[in-house]
Design a protein around this ligand. Structure first.
Ligand SMILES: [Zn+2]
Length: 78
């Protein structure tokens, strides 16, 4: 987490930081990185984060939705 580069887009950076607070982990993959939910198993959720999306606001919402869909949260319970 400490070695994650800041996302160039403010809104996406905020979404990624929020995901990290919820226990998601970032890994460098693809065009910028990928977020993995707190459930580390094969059936855990993951979402790709593009470093240069055509529509950053749309992409931020997309990533936010993937995080909201995750049933494995550590804060909000099952
Ligand atoms: Zn999940």
């Amino acid at each position: 987490m400490a070695d994650r580069p800041r996302h160039p887009h403010k809104e996406i950076e905020a979404v990624v930081a929020e995901a990290e607070r919820k226990g998601w982990r970032w890994r460098k993959m693809g065009h910028w990185g990928r977020l993995f939910c707190p459930h580390a198993g094969r059936d855990g959720c993951q979402v790709g984060v593009n470093g240069t999306p055509k529509n950053p606001e749309d992409h931020a919402r997309q990533v936010m939705r993937a995080i909201a869909r995750c049933p494995h949260g550590t804060e909000d319970g099952p």
